[in-house]
Design a protein around this ligand. Structure first.
Ligand code: 5GP
Ligand code: ZN
Length: 113
């Protein structure tokens, strides 16, 4: 599988891990768009949030169970934002579902542009 995030999860591409468990891997974004910018991914390859089904939603639930733990570890007690981009109009560049955690500072109010 040529998916770049599957390669990161397998350790074939180096990454700066901030959290991992049996279902979830989280690492620093290579091109941070906030003081804190982490990507949280399920180990299971799911193309995007538009491909979530009853069969694979457990992997997504595991991501959302991990997010508060990651936020505490990163000292984001003043708040943060979780974003997932989907498809062409959503500007999704990596076709392995991932959730951006952005924080560490006051974020822009406008999420659309
Ligand atoms: P998307 O645009 O698909 O929502 O987000 C993909 C994110 O993955 C981007 O923020 C980009 O900086 C990040 N990214 C792409 N390739 C790599 C990589 O090899 N390592 C890391 N750590 N982040 C990456
Ligand atoms: Zn993948």
């Amino acid at each position: 599988m040529s998916c770049i995030f599957c390669k990161i999860i397998r350790g074939e591409i180096p990454s700066s891990c901030v959290y991992e468990d049996d279902k979830v891997y989280a690492f620093k974004d290579i091109n941070p768009q906030a003081k804190v910018h982490v990507l949280v991914v399920p180990r299971e390859h799911i193309a995007s949030a538009d491909a979530i089904t009853a069969e694979n939603s457990g992997a997504v639930a595991a991501v959302f169970e991990a997010i508060p733990k990651i936020a505490r570890a990163l000292e984001l007690e003043d708040g943060y934002r979780v974003i997932t981009n989907i498809g062409e109009n959503g500007c999704q560049t990596v076709k392995h579902i991932h959730f951006h955690i952005l924080g560490g500072e006051k974020l822009p109010e406008n999420m659309g542009n």
